[in-house]
Design a protein around this ligand. Structure first.
Ligand SMILES: Nc1ncnc2c1ncn2[C@@H]1O[C@H](COP(=O)(O)OP(=O)(O)O)[C@@H](O)[C@H]1O
Ligand SMILES: [Mg+2]
Length: 224
């Protein structure tokens, strides 16, 4: 699904965020990307989503050659990615259900199925009891779960979660990670970045990529 060969990212100000990264992620994997703050985790996620372009080296994501892919190709790729990001864009004044349904506008899902599919997704993240709560009344962990529900309605091939446990206490963080871990199946790879390595369930993962200072220090790939 993803192949990176000697991948480099240098920002316009000269910051070398990633320096010669190599890895491969296959269908059905559960991958954690760890490393201290500023090590390059978000930069790697941005490259995978096409929000930044590699400076040099090769990155192929779901068949797209990211260095040369055009905007149309990137838009196509993003249809297959379920993003779960730190700055949650839930709309206040709208319920959990409405927030998930609003995320379905740009997908090829008939309007008549929005409610059923959104309810199913919210059940899957164990938020079935809160579907009618407005976004601002949900806890941070619950909001994060709405974001996950929104991501899974896309039936993505790739789920990308950048620091999904950000502001959460241990119990809620474990809860979110368990839900994300459970989304992995034969067709879907799940990639999660975190600096909270103590929360990782090592028995569930297929690969652990540890980055420091833009370099991969450990690649505990069980498939490589
Ligand atoms: N848009 C940018 N322009 C310049 N430097 C950046 C930019 N985004 C991130 N960086 C720098 O790149 C490095 C890696 O950042 P980042 O990928 O956000 O790390 P992490 O997500 O692991 O905390 C840091 O030194 C950060 O300051
Ligand atoms: Mg980050």
């Amino acid at each position: 699904m993803i192949t990176a060969k000697n991948l480099n990212l240098i920002y316009p100000d000269g910051t070398e965020a990633l320096k010669g990264i190599n890895f491969q992620i296959n269908k059905g994997e559960l991958v954690y990307i760890t490393g201290p703050s500023g090590s390059g985790k978000t930069s790697l996620i941005k490259l995978i989503m096409g929000a930044e372009k590699p400076t040099s080296g090769q990155l192929i994501v779901l068949g797209h050659l990211m260095k040369t892919e055009n905007q149309k190709g990137i838009r196509g790729l993003r249809q297959s990615i379920g993003p779960v990001f730190q700055e949650l864009k839930l709309i206040n004044g709208r319920t959990a259900l409405e927030n998930v349904m609003l995320g379905m506008r740009f997908l090829n899902i008939p309007r008549s199925q929005w409610k059923t599919k959104a309810t199913e997704a919210l059940d899957r993240v164990r938020l079935g009891h809160k579907i009618l709560s407005v976004a601002e009344n949900l806890s941070w962990g619950e909001r994060q779960r709405v974001a996950i529900a929104r991501a899974i309605t896309r039936k993505p091939s790739l789920i990308l979660a950048d620091e999904p446990t950000g502001n959460l206490d241990v119990e809620n963080a474990e809860n979110i990670l368990n839900i994300l871990n459970s989304l992995r199946d034969e067709e879907t790879a799940v990639i999660i970045t975190t600096h909270a390595t103590h929360l990782i369930d090592e028995t569930a993962i297929t690969q652990l990529i540890h980055i420091e200072n833009g370099l991969i220090h450990i690649n505990g790939g069980l498939h490589s």
